[in-house]
Design a protein around this ligand. Structure first.
Ligand SMILES: C[S@@+](CC[C@H](N)C(=O)[O-])C[C@H]1O[C@@H](n2cnc3c(N)ncnc32)[C@H](O)[C@@H]1O
Length: 209
């Protein structure tokens, strides 16, 4: 499970380079026409959205980070650029084209990408032998999923978080807000206009800090 070896050159080295690995745009665009509901957007997240989404992370303390729906890896590459040398990043992605692309382009011993649904987060972490997550980051279209798919993802996410852990979410609508408020005791909202489409961000914790 997962692809892992050294290749620091694939990871952006400075703030200006936030974004997905090269070759990403066409792959993302093509997949949007195949699976529009699963992707939710026609192009990958902007560097403004990535920056704001990751802003709450305490990089000195984060040892286990999970990402749902990495797509072509813009957020993933930035997490790898910033995270500790001994931290782990587990990405869970349903689209096999994106999983193959990430395995080829983001080669890093701290990184595993798994072809699965976010609903399987606890089984995946157990199989990989990682403890509970300090942060779970999600770009999957929770708001447009049927409730029967969304609810288990949210419940399992809560279970996968370590005490004091946080769930960082972006969405293109606010439809998911009532469900987040039901599952998490603390939910703070933000907004990022500089993205196609403008994005709503949610910072969620099972218990307020
Ligand atoms: C809006 S795209 C976000 C891509 C990337 N994170 C970005 O910000 O550019 C949503 C991604 O979530 C994936 N996805 C949708 N449902 C999923 C699920 N239940 N579990 C894991 N990945 C999922 C899609 O295949 C797609 O890659």
């Amino acid at each position: 499970m997962g692809g892992s070896s050294h290749a620091d050159s694939t990871v952006s080295k400075n703030e200006e380079q936030i974004g997905a690995p090269k070759g990403d745009a066409f792959l993302f665009f093509r997949n949007f026409f195949r699976h529009p509901r699963m992707l939710g957007s026609i192009i990958p997240s902007s560097r403004f959205l990535i920056k704001q989404l990751l802003e709450p992370i305490d990089w000195d303390k984060a040892k286990v980070i999970v990402e749902y729906g990495p797509g072509v890896g813009g957020i993933t590459a930035e997490i790898l650029r910033r995270m500790r040398p001994d931290a782990r990043l587990i990405a869970i992605e349903m689209n096999p084209d994106f999983v193959g692309f990430l395995k080829k382009t983001l080669v890093d011993p701290r990184f595993d990408v798994v072809e699965a649904s976010a609903a399987d987060v606890n089984e995946i972490m157990k199989k990989l032998g990682v403890p509970k997550a300090d942060y779970i980051i999600s770009g999957i279209p929770l708001g447009s999923m049927p409730a029967a798919v969304r609810q288990p993802i949210l419940q399992n996410t809560r279970e996968a978080l370590a005490p004091g852990g946080s769930f960082l979410v972006f969405q293109f609508t606010t439809r998911v807000a009532p469900d987040l408020a039901r599952v998490f005791r603390y939910v703070k909202r933000k907004f990022e206009p500089l993205n196609i489409l403008p994005a709503h961000l949610f910072f969620c914790q099972p218990e307020p800090a």
